[in-house]
Design a protein. Sequence first.
Length: 328
Amino acid sequence: MNKKFIEEEVTILTPIKIRGTISFPEEIKISPAGEPHKNAQCPAILFIGGSGEVDRNENHRKVKINTFKLLAEVINDAGLAVLRYDKRGVGESEGNYLETGFWDFVFDAEKVLTFLKSYHGINPDKIYILGHSEGAILAAVVNQKNPVHGLILISGVAESLRQTIKRQSEMALWELSNTGGLKGFLFRVLNLKEKAQKRIEKLHNKILDSNAAVMRVGFKKINAKWMREHFLYNVEEALKCVTCPTLVIAGDKDIQTPPEQAKTIAELVKGKVQWHIIEDMNHILREERGKPSILSAFKRYREQEAEPLHHELVELLKSWLMEEAKNE
């Protein structure tokens, strides 16, 4: 990428203040007030991030992967504007993250989308949504309520969060039960796998039976409202309503969301759709040559903080957007 980009900090006023960054290719004219020229009519993409306390760049306080900052540069280089934002209660946005539910995040994304459509210089009829991980679920729901020009769904799933957590838990327990040495021996002898599965099921039922926004599990507080609302919603409903052009991407080394879900999502979508599974790409969209592990995934992500996005992902995004521009 050899172009330069211009970034502006923005505030989206809802009952709380959502802070974000809008970025443009340098050739888009900028007024002295810091807004693009009204005649620019630039297409734009709204980014919606994954789960957890991640900010507008998909950075967590313990790991700085900058996935959305890097993706924004790719999109800007393709000639589109990008708006990415801190989710409620994270980064510079107001609110309480732990008390925020799934539908609160949908509400916030809708408000940010409305803001983007009305921003000077943005073509409101050429708005895309790019969702990563949980953001892919939110993108489909937001599109169902407020249809956009196109969707880019990366590392998404066509199932409820409860199914995803169950699968991830089973993977972690399988890894533990197959660990060598004393640790693995004790895990097997004490039948800890079955006990852990029962505790997880008990916790999920407790969350569903409660109306609490926040619950305490041991010494840790969890966002029970978010989990409960996710458990009760299956994104298939929203995916079946997608009629706009859609690009679905997964990585075959993604240990958090199964790559085969890309095909499932594509089969549910009603509009023109492409789906791709990128070889050797993991959940944070980096190249992964080794065998992925659910137990050491976070450690691996920290090791990859400074690495670039997977080259094939970059090529796919640019080629799809160029094809979309030709079709228009």
